[in-house]
Design a protein. Sequence first.
Length: 426
Amino acid sequence: MAEYVKLIYDGKTYELPLVTGSAGEKAIDITKLRQTTGLITLDPGFANTGSCSSAITFMDGEKGILRYRGIPVEQLAEHSTFRETTFLLINGKLPNREELDTASERLNQTSLVHEDMHIVFQNFPRNSHPMGILSSMVTALRSFYPELPVVQEEINITVMRLLSKLRTMAALSYRISVGHNIVYPRHDLSYCANFLNMMFNSPVKPYHIDLDIVKALNIFWILHADHEQNCSTSAVRVVGSGRVNLYAAVSAGIAALWGPLHGGANQAVIEMLSGIKESGKSLSQIVEKAKDRNDPYRLMGFGHRVYKTYDPRAKIMKKTCDKILGKLKISDPLLDLAKKLEEVALKDDYFIENNLYANIDFYSGIILRAIGIPTNMFPVMFAIGRLPGWIAQWKESMDDPAWRLSRPRQIYTGPVEARYIPIDER
Ligand code: ACO
């Protein structure tokens, strides 16, 4: 039976339909609100707003649950690979062996980046942030790979190109930024091993592919692969709603992810931990500073818009982190500091009352450091991981019959009407 929520306004009662998701969460459907009542809703930061219906990712922030297409992320991190999880997110089901092999073949076929693009990469100033380079170069892909006339063919090839080339381009921009030779992708290597080889192989010291590091990278990317309607995914959907090409929509996602409150947080965590170490301040002094409402300082890697308990991804990341550091016999003073800081923060009343727990970024940077990824590349690593989610969400939005051009409204607070004053009279 259809359920409704009653809204009483200006002496009239309106019935707004109640929508229930497959996991039981409920929402008030306000699609006809303005048309029938003249009212709009006001929700800065969209914390109470469902922007779409989606069958891709389920998360329960109170219980700390994250599932892709119904499968718990813990199971995927343990048993799956990033390539397989990518297929799952984009196609809605786990691939059989033949489908996975075909996907791998297509990824190999599209892994090279147009040679003329190398010149563009080389002309960015050396100290450019890799996220800026990546966002620009993803948009530039449209110029190098013009649109095909058949829509489905165009979508399929664009998806494969993005999945394969983003990884190649990320490694390429790193190699150019440090003045090293370009390492091309290889057909005989898996998705993650290929990336590591492109980043670190050297003509004087061949890169040894360590399967434990490959596994850790798979886990890192699986954990980042989708997170429902987060800031960058919403950017992809909003930009995509103007029916722009997928390259431009993904480029917008990369730009949104760059910020320290979102994908830049893993970089910010390492910078924060290094800053704490250098400052000589005690951890309780640091926590006091983060709690001070008059001080913009925040504990990076703590808190989340949706999780009000421990981020399930952070648990897996912490475990993987310990394993990798143990295996590589690395003793990282920043990891010790991170563990102590977490301990102090988790006992603090402010952090308890505000449900501020360590999020995925708190430990991910330490793994990336151990693998040898430079700090300014951390958000790029996040972007490669989030790409399948952006693509899956964009595809879903394109096929959604309820989808419309994104165009929120506002409550205007400026002067109602003002007169133009000629410049000499001002
Ligand atoms: N350190 C100190 N105080 C914090 C922190 C923090 N990390 N996070 C939230 N708070 C405070 C808020 O300022 C707020 O205080 P107020 O009531 O006095 O205004 C209170 O705790 C409650 O905050 P929330 O409403 O839970 O936070 P919000 O949803 O607005 O922001 C965000 C979430 C942006 C992630 C925030 O927690 C933050 O800035 N964290 C640090 C950056 C970070 O780690 N980002 C990565 C997020 S995960 C991801 O994108 C992969």
